[in-house]
Design a protein around this ligand. Sequence first.
Ligand SMILES: NC(=O)c1ccc[n+]([C@@H]2O[C@H](COP(=O)([O-])OP(=O)(O)OC[C@H]3O[C@@H](n4cnc5c(N)ncnc54)[C@H](OP(=O)(O)O)[C@@H]3O)[C@@H](O)[C@H]2O)c1
Length: 272
Amino acid sequence: MKVAITGSSGLIGTALRESYEDDGHTVVRLPRVVEDVNGVDVVVNLAGAGIGARRWTASYRDVILRSRVDTTSSLVAAIERARRPPKALLSASGVSYYGDRGDEVLTESSVGGRGFLPSVVRQWEAAAVADIPVCHLRFGLVMTPAGGVLRELVPFFRAGLGAQFGSGRQFWSWISLVDAVRAIRHLPGAQGPYNVTAPEPVRNSEFTRVLASTLGRPAVLRVPGWSLRLALGGVAGDALESIRARPDRLVEAGFRFEHGTIAAALEPLRTR
Ligand SMILES: NC(=O)c1ccc[n+]([C@@H]2O[C@H](COP(=O)([O-])OP(=O)(O)OC[C@H]3O[C@@H](n4cnc5c(N)ncnc54)[C@H](OP(=O)(O)O)[C@@H]3O)[C@@H](O)[C@H]2O)c1
């Protein structure tokens, strides 16, 4: 099979590429402005400027939006132009679609939320519409020692500076990188939104406790929400907002999780 990937140098893109190549498939690494997907079987769209990478100034908010919508639009135009179009498009999205929703259980049929990120995700999904089956991958926080949220937090926890954020009651929806890649490979041909999240979202307090105990370090500190907002600006919302997503459609599609609990997902950190 021939698979084309945008954002192929990223956290998920790198792992997905390796997974397909290990199984003998051909992977084409697409540029940020996509021109040609003729003869490709499946396209996976993972491009987007880092959400947690910088303070959200007005100009960086524009980069966050445009890097997703413009790449997706150029990809869709290339699909429409292709003489032999791909059979399926899987396009990244995020559980940020739902916004800050407390303890409410959020499935794919829940309405979207309000605010900057929900609006970005809505526009991103709206750009990913084509005459082939399109699946919107609403990723939770991707857990891997190789990058993402764990690469940011683990050094603090190892130094005994692990801390709960705000009240700690906010739910984090998450998925291990291993399962994120397996889910993408499970879904070609699927249509519409899929929560790509583990079945058990965790409260931040529980995440903090399990991460500290996996690393054998204490985590008794609390970072008040206001100081996190002061230090990080809008990006602090990701850590403080509560999104309790449930992967109903992934489970209905017969997907079986390798890492069903946060303890299982964090276990690889124990030996590092
Ligand atoms: N990781 C998570 O926890 C998580 C959670 C929810 C949603 N997502 C979404 O899933 C997608 C993949 O996640 P990831 O963690 O693999 O992201 P990542 O590591 O940040 O990689 C994203 C890739 O997008 C491309 N890119 C960077 N800046 C860009 C720009 N200005 N314009 C166009 N493309 C740009 C780069 O690939 P190239 O250099 O190859 O073009 C980059 O490697 C992202 O869109 C992300 O928002 C991720």
